[in-house]
Design a protein. Structure first.
Length: 419
């Protein structure tokens, strides 16, 4: 049968049966072949900033193409690489094709990703990215898969909390429920990282970007006793980051290693030489940027929108050559900031109006100053957060169905015309 000519929006790829069968499964092995040059997919990688979806059909006559869930594909990659090798034939299908769709830089933070309606709202939003938090405590990384299946790129923030596997010099997981801890055993820690990331490898083959972050907004517990996100020293963190990067890159060099995030208020400090904490924060952040083993830094922006360019410039000027930066938290209005005209506690309607006006301004300030990824904080209101953060969601999730704030539409409008 002659090959079907794909439409222009499709990458023209069909699958042919290989002559041999799998010794383990006795199932025929499928190899994806390019219609244009008959090159096997073995050496094929998706275009930059594109995600590929697979479709299948039983024949090229009356049947129609149907999307195949990535989880249904026995699509594997060579060890340490992100190259497709083979694809097991699915029951009742013989022909396959790939659709390549472009990906932008904008999205929203989704916390633990534990609401099943989150991927749908992100799709409606026009997002390309989301960020999920993942306590590295031995539980499987299952919440990430629905977002990948829905076609999103991910930033995954890991914090190490496995019982019996942490240094407790500066407290215990029970005392610090939101904190990450230094590992006790490097090999155990690295194995947990590999266990968490291995199920994500097939998505890298199809062009998903998965950025993996070692800990969130670390401080130095030896100098700042109230640090809520990291109960170790700066030296402890640099050691942990090195182990994390080695484990992730050992699986695939396509994982992008993300340095811990810089808190917005700490960036306020390094821009204010008269601040009593100026020297400490400046030295700490420069040490992390200069000595860490990472591919991208992460910068959080609250406070005033007008301050974003100066904060971004401070980080950019100190990034080693070849490193990028992203922003996985950017939200407002910040009631702690002197320029915020109103708090949600005394005029929620006006607060939400100001929020909708800040969406485009904040995303634009981040993207035009060089962020590779720019996420709004957050998709839904967070539960159990301080008043400064728990009403910044694009959606109010405490009602059913969730209420879309005006900021939701503002994000949609911005993302539809900006990549």
């Amino acid at each position: 049968m002659s090959p079907h000519r794909a439409m222009a929006i499709w990458a023209g790829v069909l699958a042919g049966f290989a002559a041999t069968a799998s010794a383990q499964t006795n199932a025929p092995t499928m190899r994806l072949i390019s219609v244009t040059n008959s090159a096997p997919l073995l050496g094929w990688l998706p275009p930059t900033n594109s995600i590929v979806q697979v479709e299948a059909r039983p024949d090229l006559g009356t049947s129609v193409w149907a999307r195949v869930a990535n989880a249904s594909l026995a699509l594997t990659s060579a060890a340490g690489e992100s190259r497709a090798t083979d694809l097991r034939a699915l029951p009742g299908t013989q022909y396959y094709r790939l659709r390549s769709s472009g990906s932008g830089r904008f999205g929203a933070f989704a916390s633990l990703g534990n609401r099943p309606d989150m991927p749908g709202y992100l799709t409606e939003l026009g997002a390309s990215w989301t960020r999920l938090n993942y306590p590295l405590d031995g539980s499987p990384l299952t919440n990430a898969l629905p977002f990948l299946e829905a076609g999103f790129n991910l930033v995954l923030t890991f914090n190490w909390r496995e019982a019996g596997g942490v240094l407790t010099t500066y407290g215990t997981p029970g005392e610090w429920p939101n904190a990450g801890f230094p590992f006790l055993n490097r090999a155990t820690y690295q194995q947990r990282v590999r266990d968490a990331l291995t199920p994500l490898l097939p998505y890298l083959v199809l062009g998903h970007q998965v950025w993996v972050q070692c800990e969130n907004e670390i401080g130095d517990a030896s100098l700042a006793a109230d640090g809520r996100y990291w109960r170790g020293t700066t030296a402890d963190y640099l050691s942990q980051l090195g182990a994390f990067a080695e484990a992730a890159r050992g699986l695939s060099t396509n994982f992008v290693i993300v340095l811990t995030s810089f808190a917005s208020e700490n960036l306020d400090t390094v821009l204010a030489p008269a601040d009593p904490k100026y020297a400490f924060q400046t030295n700490r952040m420069i040490t992390l940027l200069a000595q860490g083993d990472y591919d991208a830094a992460d910068v959080h922006f609250y406070g005033g929108t007008v301050d974003i360019p100066a904060k971004a410039a401070w980080v950019t000027a100190r990034l080693p050559a070849g490193r990028r930066w992203c922003s996985t938290e950017n939200g407002g209005p910040d009631p702690r900031y002197s320029g915020t005209p109103v708090s949600w506690t005394n005029n929620l309607a006006l607060f939400e109006q100001v929020q909708s006006q800040q969406v485009a301004a904040r995303l634009d300030a981040v993207s035009t100053n060089g962020a590779a990824v720019a996420l709004w904080f957050s998709l839904f209101d967070l539960q159990g957060e301080s008043d400064a953060f728990n009403h910044l969601g694009l959606l109010e999730g405490s009602v059913s169905p969730p209420r879309k704030r005006a900021a939701f539409g503002a994000f949609q409008s911005y993302a539809s015309t900006n990549r």
